[in-house]
Design a protein around this ligand. Structure first.
Ligand code: NDP
Length: 243
């Protein structure tokens, strides 16, 4: 972990998968808001300027626990956790191996569980906390070749709502942000044909930017959003309009 100064009175914010794409933009938004921001990734590749980087794999509970211990030693308990780390392994249902399904669920859904459960220990001491789960519109409308991914992303909604019912009285909120098509490495991998098809369906007439997702995440994790929990906030240019 790079040795950078901590900001007195700032919140400790953890963004998983914050070294690139949407996670990186989310980390940048919290840094700009003056928070102490930690990003994790498997590779350990550095997050944005002003954020601390800790190597951690969300598919490994021990690795998640070690990362939290490092963060807590430096900043104290995490107050805002953004479960953003995600992967795809697209293939049609009939060809999908059980391992393809399990691997995606293990990162996107169980990975979020591991991180959120660990963060909640600190929330109980703080008597407050903010959980933001990065889902996808695909979790609500589906997409061919993404039975694994859609299942994992839909599961995050149930997770946020169950947490809301368990911890609502403890000053904890749990919300879902559901991006549509955002320009990142993940969407770069799609064929030109699929990209054109998505574009034709988006009322805004363009793809989204990571910073547009980041602003929704920053806001729903703010004090101003204390009375919002179990909600799904789409950031999709009107692609899905609900959930
Ligand atoms: P990227 O592929 O650009 O980034 C994914 C991030 O997750 C990387 O930082 C990666 O880091 C990290 N990651 C992956 N697996 C693990 C793991 N096991 N442990 C820790 N970190 C991991 O994706 P995006 O920025 O596009 O997506 C971010 C999130 O937004 C994902 O959850 C995705 O499903 C969701 N999303 C994206 C959309 C889009 O259009 N781009 C649309 C809807 C949702 P490293 O490889 O170093 O581990």
């Amino acid at each position: 972990m790079a040795d950078q100064p901590t900001t007195e009175g700032a919140r400790t914010v953890l963004v998983t998968g914050g070294n690139r794409g949407i996670g990186r933009a989310i980390a940048e938004a919290f840094v700009a808001a003056g928070d102490n921001v930690v990003v994790t990734s498997r590779s350990g590749d550095e997050g944005p300027d002003g954020a601390f980087t800790v190597q951690a794999d969300v598919t490994d509970s021990a690795s998640v626990d070690t990362a939290f211990k490092q963060i807590e030693a430096k900043f104290g308990p995490v107050e805002v956790v953004v479960a953003n780390a995600g992967v795809t392994k697209d293939t049609l249902l009939l060809r999908m191996k059980e391992a393809d399904f399990q691997d995606v669920v293990d990162t996107n859904l169980t990975g979020a569980f591991r991180v959120v459960q660990r963060a909640t220990k600190g929330f109980m001491r703080l008597k407050k906390g903010r959980i933001v789960l990065i889902s996808s519109v695909v979790g609500f409308v589906g997409a061919p070749g993404q039975v694994n991914y859609a299942s994992s992303k839909a599961g995050l909604v149930g997770m946020a709502r169950a947490i809301t019912r368990e911890l609502g009285t403890r000053g904890v909120t749990a919300n879902v942000v559901a991006p549509g098509y955002i320009d990142t490495a993940m969407t770069d991998a799609l064929s030109d044909e699929v990209k054109a098809e998505y574009l034709s369906m988006i009322p805004a007439g363009r793809f989204g930017r990571p910073d547009e997702v980041a602003e929704a995440v920053r806001w729903v994790a703010s004090d101003a959003a204390a009375y919002i929990s179990g909600a799904v906030i789409p950031v999709d240019g009107g692609l899905v309009m609900g959930h």
